[in-house]
Ligand binder design. Structure first.
Ligand code: FAD
Length: 594
């Protein structure tokens, strides 16, 4: 066991930064990259990670000390198994590295592909979803010669083409339709809506085209070379691309080979299929539902997660009668129940049946529709017939479809690719990001991982160490949460305090005629720092951003409550929830003295 000194790493332009938390003590066994200290400058809070694993024998800093690059933090007995110390990972925010010069891939190693090479690059990105295009653009911005391989005609992946964006275009339309109906209470009456479905579809397509066209322009401006086709690894430095054409992935029969120095795999995910369902155009996944071919009279949504509920919201406003079947005992898994209950109460009457603890067990194609039999606590006694069945039971990663084994990249049984905090796979020159590396499968997670992978590929000390990844259901009302939920705090035995501001006390929510929601902030009972938050109400997805920032910055209730928010806004509710946590919110009734 060797003694080792742990120093404060490069912390950018900062020096003499106060220590606001010491996270370890003498005798603790620490892992490499485990946070040891929390520093707070006038601009940012940052964690200082360990650059080696071992047992702490002495600590040289205490609360309130001021530290700079090179200050001794601790002495450790390095673990026997610990690898030789590598340069200390940088505390965030990381310094900006000088762009690496563009370089081509080295000549093939023994045993590698040695045939004709069509493209050479420093970084190859496989898949142009939000993770992939962000990684490619960041790579190019860092000065690396970058090739982006995508099988479809447009960039943007699931999110822009068949996910986040088209669903939000339709949700916006239907939210306006729903809001217009409520205007009668204000003395303003509109006629019944006339739905031109081709035009609505056209609007959705135009939104997609605007965004994907923008991405193509940005790729060009950055000189990112886009190779259109289906990519598969030949080895750890070569990918073969079967070129595709048309709107889908029609193979042209031509192949091109890209030789790369580093690769970032961003091949995403696809909807889970239920094996007992027959092939029929009336049984669709989210991509099929977003095509909006027609408005079914009766529709079944299998799966009560975010994607299922968003599509159910769209189709119910357009006039479909909808049943939802969910195997679990609640909808919108992951959200605290108090948030979901507000959504449920507001939507009582929107759907025909919400069948919890119930699964679709059998489906038969009949001339008049798809006949579905159910099993479970709330299963209807008789099979039900639907004009459209949407299967929204989750997504599965594409890790097994890219011949990753040829490059030596590990893929688990489910198709996920394990990575470290720099998004590096078990093969040092190959990174992986996005849906393909694990939950939550969300675009904003993929984008941030893409940036980290590109920066790490350029040699920067960049790490994915997010304290929170927000989730949003863009239903009506919206439900959004970030950081730890109350349920997670309880399960993990974390003592917490909360501040809750009901929108029934919000001037803006009342003026909008939508005061059913609330804003809740969750604080660590020991440190009083915010560790989570949830919002239910109109625009909750936009409002949660402030909670995300507060968690990342380690804010406490006083920081948030004393921040002047504009009045009258829904955003005010975040400051008011923090005041409530502190016990003195003048917009709420007085707290009874004990
Ligand atoms: P993807 O977006 O899946 O992109 C992967 C890309 O790789 C695709 O373009 C694919 O064609 C390409 N590819 C795969 N294999 C190959 C290959 N062998 N060769 C060449 N190209 C290949 N997330 C949110 O954050 N907010 C939302 O509101 C939201 N709404 C959603 C709504 C729906 C209906 C759906 C389905 C998803 C939604 N998501 C949302 C999830 C979000 O779309 C994904 O998390 C995100 O797209 C993942 O990005 P990615 O880059 O990992 O992969």
């Amino acid at each position: 066991m060797a003694k080792q000194t742990i120093l404060v790493p490069d912390i950018g332009d900062y020096s003499n930064v106060p220590v606001i938390e010491v996270l370890v003590k003498v005798g603790d066994t620490i892992e490499k990259e485990q946070p040891l200290l929390v520093l707070e400058s006038d601009k940012a809070t940052m964690e200082v990670p360990a650059d080696a694993a071992g047992t702490i024998t002495a600590i040289s800093v205490k609360l309130g000390d001021k530290v700079s690059k090179g200050t001794v933090i601790a002495e450790i007995e390095a673990s026997a198994a610990a690898p030789a110390a590598t340069p200390a990972p940088a505390a965030t925010p990381a310094p900006v590295a000088t762009p690496a010069p563009a370089a081509m891939a080295p000549a093939p190693k023994a045993g590698q592909y040695s045939g004709k090479v069509d493209h050479e690059c420093e970084v190859l990105v496989l898949g142009a979803g939000p993770g992939g295009y962000s990684a490619a653009f960041r790579s190019a911005d860092l000065g690396m010669n970058t090739v982006l391989v995508e099988r479809y005609a447009t960039l943007g992946g699931v999110c822009l083409n068949v996910g986040c964006i088209p669903s939000k275009a339709l949700l916006h339309t239907t939210a306006v339709m729903d809001e217009v109906k409520t205007m009668a209470k204000h003395g303003i009456t509109f006629g019944a809506p006339k739905i031109e479905i081709d035009q609505l579809r056209g609007y959705k397509e135009s939104v997609i085209a605007k965004l994907t066209g923008g991405l193509a322009g940005m790729a060009k401006a950055r000189k990112v070379k886009v190779v259109r086709g289906l990519g598969r690894f030949l080895d750890a430095n070569h990918v073969e691309v079967e070129l595709t054409s048309g709107d889908g992935q029609d193979l042209t029969g031509q192949k091109e080979v890209v030789r790369f120095q580093k690769a970032i795999i961003a091949a995403g995910s696809q909807p889970v299929k239920l094996p007992f369902l027959p092939e029929d155009p009336r049984i669709v996944d989210s991509t099929g539902a977003l095509l909006l071919k027609s408005i079914p009279k009766r529709m079944l949504v299998i799966g009560g997660g975010i994607i299922g509920l968003e599509m159910a919201t769209v189709y119910s406003t357009l006039g479909s009668r909808i049943d939802i079947a969910e195997m679990m005992d609640g909808l919108m898994a992951g959200a605290d129940r108090d948030l979901e209950k507000v959504w449920e109460k507001f939507n009582a009457g929107r759907f025909e049946k919400i069948m919890l603890k119930t699964r679709a067990a059998k489906a038969e194609v009949k001339p008049d529709g798809i006949q579905v039999s159910f099993e479970g606590e709330n299963a209807p006694a008789e099979p039900q017939t639907y004009d459209l069945v949407l299967v929204a039971v989750g997504r599965t990663p594409n890790g097994k479809k890219i011949a990753a084994d040829k490059a030596g990249v590990q893929v688990d049984e489910r198709g996920f690719i394990p990575v470290d905090k720099q998004m590096r796979t078990n093969v040092p020159n190959i990174f992986a990001i996005g849906d393909l590396v694990g939950q939550p499968m969300l675009a904003h997670k993929a984008v941030h991982e893409g940036h980290v992978a590109a920066e790490a590929a350029a040699g920067e000390k960049s790490y994915f160490d997010a304290k929170q990844i927000p989730s949003v259901a863009y239903t009506d009302p919206e439900v959004a949460w970030a950081g730890l939920t109350e349920e997670q705090c309880k399960a993990q035995g974390i003592a917490y305090e909360k501040g809750l501001f009901p929108w029934a006390a919000s001037g803006r929510a009342i003026a909008n005629g939508r005061d059913e929601g609330f804003t809740k902030l969750i604080f660590d009972a020991k440190t009083h720092r915010i560790i989570g938050g949830g919002i239910v109400g109109t625009h909750a997805g936009d409002l949660i951003g402030e909670v995300c920032l507060a968690i990342e910055m380690g804010a406490d209730a006083v920081d948030i409550g004393k921040t002047i928010h504009p009045h009258p806004t829904l955003g005010e509710s975040v400051g008011l929830a923090a005041e409530a946590a502190h016990g003195h919110c003048t917009d709420l009734p007085p707290v009874k003295k004990k």
